[in-house]
Write a protein that binds this ligand. Structure first.
Ligand code: PEP
Ligand code: MG
Length: 754
């Protein structure tokens, strides 16, 4: 860079600041700004085009072109050189513009006498708001420094354009035609329900108010200080106990740290400061440049690196704003937007204020979904580029059931969802009044209703639900919400609290089920091609018996003198169950020898999640006290269909004849052997699915606590006798799904399926 360039742009920026702070309308100020730029850059023309509704760039101010072209000349995005700059969000410098293939002549402007053209996009928050152009009569070769200067000026102008006085805020349109207009983004349902509220961005973007610096040295010192604080914080994170040596998490963090020290990045920020910007504006500018250069990249590794850079820029802005890392203040009705979120991060937020969660990526995020489900927060994943399109405090509706988020919705959409939410609240109130009504069918069969739990919050709701107990206690959830592996005493205390809260009702503890999509931040097994079928769950705990032994010891101690039920997840063969059971027997022996009090009774069972186990029922049934079908995993293995992959999430239906036939086989075998069988996957919590399961012979189901009311209502309106025969007859059906037939049955027989 030439030694004079920074001073040119700094002088210009100083003048711009005076104009922007001065009086007059926004149009007056824009007119003065283009004049100033033309003079400073020694150009005969300077024009500013602003993006209007329908992706049209309108000439808003010019020095040098005919004045009557202002507000008349309009170009579509992609049309002409100006449209090209907007379409690609990149600068163009052309000595002989009229002979360029993209050149489009507009006679009303009188521009035929100008030959060279330099134009840059006016960008804000990654959106194209307009185009700033200078032109010269001569065949001028614009140099890199001039491009830089014009880009810096465009950044300041972006504030004027975005301010809302030049064109109405609701008309400001991004290059994708969506900014600030009502917007609907489809993602995938990670948890159902409806949330209405105001947008909060996880690690919210810093809004920069001061763009032009008074003193470059002061800004450089601020940058240095913020960088040092950020580096210190990253070092601390790296050195903390939480990151297991050599783990994948550590690799990622180290790469991230390397990025943070990338001298190219820091040098470019320094150059922008010397060009006259404040430290914040310089970080933002370099970030905008990088983002636009990298958005075309499809390589997933490089895209991840882009996210790293974005995170770093955001972190640095937080430090410059003196905010550090504390979570943003939440409005009372927050809809949280994040790229992805760890379980601990979700739990950092005040649950009472959180109305919904929208994730841009959501992979691997099913553990977040499980926690959110436990908290009854609607969640949408795979909402593409949503963070670029939502502004803090925008009104938002999240339709978790439909997997759709509405940003800045119109009154009709908002009204419809508000009415729906009210209706749901009324229904919940009705369910609450029914909590003491037994879940008995019209013909007198009692169905056991249990809740799936894992968070302290679930326990609080257990009593209110009127459920029979906890049919699945996911022990990994408390593990995920901590920064390290809890020791035996900590675990025992936790399990004791669970048993206390259950007040004598049965609790089925499932041993640690991590891996796959449930990642412990401090305990990583390395990257796997196929984690759902990889080293997860019982496979990990059998290979790391110390972890399993500690957990079983904690369970035995917590249940001393009471009843204990334990089940193992992801068992694929009887031999595996026997191995797990042997570890339990060893721990029982150890406690006895040590003189400890052991539980009054110990029941041991297994989950059925891997289809192979269903073909060993003869060997399995005599060895277990109970069975519980984990339909979430069972479905993914039966259909060979990854439960975390949104592309195939809707491909197979849980109400398919194959799955129902499989379940029927399990129930018949368990009944014949008098081994209690239940189902604890998500399908048990859907009234229609629950109806089908009861028709197949299930007499016990475990579900999220919010599903107890609706399923109880369904059971109390159901006559079992005709249903069983109907379901049996359906199993011969060759269709993709039996859903419509079951729905029709419910409608014809007055079964309440919601
Ligand atoms: C299941 O797989 O159905 C189940 C209940 O376990 P999780 O969802 O925790 O894997
Ligand atoms: Mg499972």
């Amino acid at each position: 860079m030439s030694p004079t360039a920074p001073s040119v742009s700094r002088r210009l920026l100083g003048r711009l600041r005076d104009v922007m702070a001065g009086g007059g309308t926004a149009q007056d100020r824009l007119d003065r700004v283009v004049k100033l730029i033309a003079a400073d850059l020694v150009a005969e023309v300077c024009s500013c085009y602003v993006m209007r509704a329908g992706e049209v760039l309108e000439l808003f101010a010019t020095e040098g072109l005919r004045k009557d072209a202002v507000h008349r000349t309009r170009l579509r995005v992609g049309e002409g050189l100006v449209g090209d700059i907007a379409a690609h969000a990149r600068p163009l410098a052309i000595a002989d513009a009229q002979n360029h293939p993209s050149y489009v002549y507009r006679p009303e402007t009188g521009e035929e006498i100008y030959h060279s053209l330099l134009g840059v996009p006016i960008l804000r928050g990654g959106r194209v708001l307009g185009v700033l152009v200078v032109q010269n009569r001569s065949l001028r070769q614009y140099i890199e420094e001039e491009i830089e200067t014009l880009e810096t000026v465009a950044m300041v102008l972006a504030e004027l354009v975005a301010g809302g006085s030049l064109i109405p805020r609701e008309e400001q349109i991004a290059a994708d035609g969506n900014a600030l207009l009502p917007l609907r983004i489809d993602g995938v349902k990670l948890n159902g329900g409806i949330g209405i509220g105001s947008a909060v961005l996880h690690k919210s973007r810093v809004v920069i108010h001061r763009l032009v610096a008074e003193d470059a040295e002061v800004e450089m010192a601020r940058l240095k200080e913020a960088l040092a604080r950020m580096h210190r914080a990253l070092d601390e994170l790296l050195e903390s106990q939480d990151l297991v040596k050599g783990g994948e998490h550590r690799d990622v963090m180290e790469t991230y740290r390397m990025f943070a020290e990338d001298t190219g990045w820091i040098t470019r920020i320094g150059e922008a400061i010397r060009g006259g910007l404040t430290a914040e504006a310089a970080v933002q500018k370099v970030h905008d440049d990088t983002r636009h250069r990298m958005t075309q990249i499809t390589d997933p590794y490089l895209r991840e690196r882009l996210h790293d850079l974005e995170d770093l820029a955001n972190r640095l802005l937080q430090y410059l704003a003196g905010r550090g890392e504390s979570p943003a203040d939440l409005p009372d009705d927050a809809i949280l937007f994040a790229r992805s979120l760890g379980p601990a991060e979700l739990l950092d937020y005040d649950r009472r204020k959180l109305k919904a969660l929208v994730l841009e990526e959501g992979s691997p995020t099913m553990h977040v979904a499980i926690i959110a489900r436990a908290l009854d927060i609607p969640v949408i994943g795979q909402a593409r580029d949503v963070l670029e399109r939502v502004e803090p405090l925008d009104p938002v509706v999240v339709d978790g059931d439909g997997g759709t988020v509405y940003i800045r919705p119109g009154e009709d959409v908002m009204g419809a969802f508000q009415a729906n939410l009210k209706h749901r609240a009324q229904r919940i109130a009705v369910y609450a009044t029914q909590r003491d009504l037994p879940p008995v069918t019209l013909d007198g069969t009692r169905i056991g209703l249990f809740v799936n739990a894992g968070l302290p919050a679930d326990l609080a709701f257990l009593g209110d639900s009127g459920a029979d107990g906890i049919g699945l206690y996911r022990t990994e959830i408390p593990f995920m919400a901590r920064s390290d592996l809890p020791d035996v005493e900590t675990q025992a205390q936790l399990y004791r609290q669970v048993l206390d809260a259950a007040e004598g009702k049965p609790v089925l503890f499932r041993t640690l089920d991590v891996g796959g999509d449930k990642v412990l931040p401090y305990w990583q097994g390395g990257v796997e091609e196929n984690p759902a079928m990889g080293w997860r769950s019982i496979r990990i705990t059998l290979d790391r018996p110390a972890v399993m032994r500690q957990q079983l010891r904690a369970l035995l101690r917590a249940a001393a003198g009471r009843d204990l039920s334990v089940m193992f997840p992801m068992i694929a063969e009887v031999a595996e169950f026997e191995m797990a059971r042997a570890v339990l027997d060893m721990e029982i022996g150890r406690e006895r020898r040590g003189g400890g009090r052991i539980p009054k009774s110990i029941r041991v069972g297994t989950m059925i999640e891997v289809p192979a186990l269903a073909y060993q029922m003869d060997a399995l049934l005599p060895r277990v006290d109970f069975l519980s079908v984990g339909s979430n995993d069972l479905v993914q293995f039966l259909f060979a269909s990854d439960r975390g992959n949104p592309r195939i999430a809707e491909r197979y239906d849980t109400l398919a004849p194959s799955l129902l036939g499989f379940l029927r086989h399990l129930v018949q075998r368990a009944d014949a052997a008098k081994v209690p069988i239940s189902l604890c996957g998500e399908m048990g919590g859907q009234p229609l699915e629950a109806m089908a399961l009861i028709g197949l012979g299930f007499r016990s189901l475990s579900m999220p606590v919010s599903a107890i009311g609706p399923v109880r209502g369904m059971i109390r309106s159901l006559a079992l006798e005709p249903l069983a025969g109907f379901v049996q007859s359906l199993l011969l059906n060759p269709d993709h799904s039996l859903r419509d037939r079951l729905k029709a049955y419910a409608a014809d027989h007055g079964v309440q399926i919601g």
